[in-house]
Ligand binder design. Structure first.
Ligand SMILES: [Zn+2]
Length: 252
């Protein structure tokens, strides 16, 4: 059975009944998914819902939150994490593609969440875009006892090697199937079987052949198939290794 290690399920469906149908189908046909909330409003919307037990939550403040982040919001964040409704902290990280606030503001917000993940002994889900150097510098300044997942890996084999040397897991999304993504495909070939995860990042990044559509976790099957062909691994074997990596990372 398939696992989607990163999606934003509240944005995958058009309305409440579509959402309820989608959740039911996902829960019955997939092994696990991790749903990511990227701000307090989204997390409040998810945390008190009656969700099936294989839909797991993570909460992080997206780099977009960096310019307005302050002590009060930091306290609110820690309070939510302390409720122990999440399996991970994130996604959080550094994004210089969109330049949210200053680099210093992004780093401050990222470090706050790294430290919260350590305080609560939770894995960390990292977003990094056009910012390898700073993401690597910040992460490698910590000694993690829990796992770090670089989500939607978007760099090349060189950067993959550096993250892997730190012991992190790399998670690949539907963009690995895009014609222009040679660097990402080169990278996925270098990842040891026991350090690989697969995700949709839905509703974003629909894999080929669904480009242009709203993505959802069920479409992770296209990315599994693509990666199993690329790595010349039987799909069943890939599913088994992803399952064991996922359970190890999230302590299941
Ligand atoms: Zn995401």
């Amino acid at each position: 059975m398939l696992i989607d290690s990163h999606c934003h399920i509240q944005h995958c469906f058009t309305d409440r009944s579509d959402f309820d149908r989608g959740v039911k189908l996902i829960s019955s046909s997939m092994l696990y998914i991790i749903d990511i909330s990227t701000n307090a409003r989204e997390f409040l919307n998810m945390k008190n819902r009656q969700l099936p037990s294989n839909i797991l939550l993570s909460f992080g403040l997206y780099p977009e939150e960096a310019p307005s982040f302050n002590q009060e919001k930091g306290l609110e964040f820690s309070t939510f994490i302390a409720e122990r409704k999440v399996k991970a902290v994130g996604e959080c990280g550094i994004d210089y593609y969109r330049n949210y606030g200053t680099h210093f503001q992004q780093e401050t917000l990222f470090r706050k969440q790294i430290e919260t993940s350590m305080d609560y002994d939770l894995p960390l889900i990292v977003h990094t875009r056009n910012a390898f150097e700073d993401t690597y510098r910040i992460l490698s300044s910590y000694k993690f006892s829990r796992n770090v997942i670089i989500h939607c890996f978007g760099y090349s084999a060189t950067e993959a090697g550096k993250f892997l040397a730190e012991g992190y897991y790399l998670s690949f999304a539907g963009n690995v199937t895009y014609p222009g993504a040679k660097g990402i495909r080169d990278a996925v070939l270098t990842v040891p079987t026991d350090r690989l995860l697969i995700e949709t990042d839905s509703p974003y990044l629909p894999p080929v052949p669904l480009r242009g559509q709203r993505n959802n976790p069920l479409n992770v099957k296209y990315t599994y198939k693509f990666i199993s062909e690329l790595r010349k691994t039987a799909q069943e074997e890939l599913e088994n290794s992803i399952e064991s990596n996922f359970k190890k990372v999230f302590g299941l």
